[in-house]
Ligand binder design. Structure first.
Ligand code: SAH
Length: 350
């Protein structure tokens, strides 16, 4: 049974161990029943960090002039893609800043190459692009698109996106269009953004449902000192302010699972950044069923600094692969086989 708004708000605010235990166990049961024990791996390739946006939280923002910028070549990306095949990942996720330096034809050719040469599912996560471009990439074989709406609070959205004044409606509408094009569609939010209230998270969960999302990523907001949000001290004491903690992230992972039983939900790198020892495992035991091991070449990783002290920044793809396998085995779950399409999507396209 899906939780009511009142139950959601109670869970978001509680610190009572019994109530929390109930939430974790319900989320884990729903996860096992609807998406099973397999943990699907998505090889993440952060193929460029140029960005034309000035999002208030993100270290890639255009005005961060201290960041060394890079764009990977198709050959470099294809070398990562071959590693994904070798490691038996079912999917590669191609992520970058919003960078029109990557022409749509370039992205199309990259997608085509991957689809021609491998059995992998291809996920794009490259920000807001035109409907024509999105349609062309879909025709070229792209399977999935990730675009977080970040928060459903319209005022807060505008405050953290200085180039926007539509309260995020553009992003949300784009998600609807992406879904209509037949992409498996992913979105998500950050948790604990300064100015974010518990009621906002309840609204976020409702929007996950009304958008009928196939993939949902939620992670803590992490302060980056070279961003406006990271520089504003969060001094005001406000009982309704959502904390950007590990616990709050688990609560949102678990509630997301209760709201969207058949979606794919990752245990995110941002969670691992808050708790390197067991954050990923706890996420998997509280509703998540996906992990995104990093395939970005070590020489570029440090520059994809959306927030500081990101987990696994000095590891190689091979090290991440071994580490993730060990973590999955340690909690008695199995490695996913095949592409790991979201049952939510399969249900609709069947
Ligand atoms: N340019 C792409 C990819 C952005 S990076 C796009 O616009 O979709 C992917 C996600 O990282 C963002 O959607 C955001 O939710 C998250 N992120 C960025 N900065 C962050 C920070 N400081 N703390 C936590 N998450 C952050």
């Amino acid at each position: 049974m899906k939780p009511t708004r009142k139950q959601i708000l109670d869970w978001l605010k509680t610190e009572d161990p019994d109530q929390l235990e109930q939430l974790w166990s319900q989320a884990d049961t729903v996860r096992a029943e609807h998406v099973g024990d397999q943990v699907h791996l998505r090889g993440l390739i952060e193929f460029g960090n140029y960005c034309m946006r000035r999002c208030g939280y993100c270290g890639l923002r255009a005005d961060n002039t201290e960041l060394t910028r890079y764009r990977m070549s198709i050959d470099e990306i294809m070398a990562c893609v071959r590693q994904a095949v070798e490691f038996n990942y079912g999917t590669v996720v191609l992520q970058s800043g919003e960078d029109f330096g990557f022409a749509w034809q370039w992205v199309r050719d990259l997608v085509k190459q991957i689809k021609d040469q491998t059995p992998l599912a291809v996920t794009l996560s490259i920000g807001e692009r035109s409907l024509d471009e999105l349609a062309a990439w879909r025709r070229a074989g792209a399977d999935r698109y990730l675009l977080r709406f970040e928060t459903s609070n319209r005022d807060l959205f505008n405050r953290i996106h200085p180039d926007c004044d539509d309260g995020g409606e553009g992003r949300v509408e784009l998600l609807r269009q992406i879904k209509a094009m037949g992409y498996e569609t992913g979105s998500g939010v950050m948790i604990g953004i300064p100015g974010q209230r518990y009621a906002d998270l309840a609204d976020d969960l409702a929007l996950f449902e009304s958008l009928d999302l196939d993939m949902i990523g939620v992670g803590p907001w992490i302060a980056h000192p070279r961003t406006p949000l990271g520089q504003t001290p969060c001094a005001q004491v406000d009982a309704e302010q959502v904390p950007n903690t590990e616990l709050m992230t688990y609560k949102m992972v678990a509630l997301t699972r209760l709201m969207r039983p058949k979606a794919n939900i990752p245990s995110t790198t941002a969670l691992a950044t808050l708790n390197l020892a067991t954050g990923r495992e706890c996420g998997l035991q509280r509703g998540a069923n996906v992990i995104m091991p990093n395939l970005t070449p070590t020489e570029y990783r440090a520059y994809y600094e959306i927030y500081p002290a990101k987990a696994c920044i000095n590891e190689t793809a091979g090290q991440c692969h071994l580490c993730v396998q060990g973590r999955i085995a340690s909690i008695g779950r199995q490695l996913g086989h095949g592409r790991g399409d979201a049952p939510n999507h399969q249900q609709h396209s069947a």
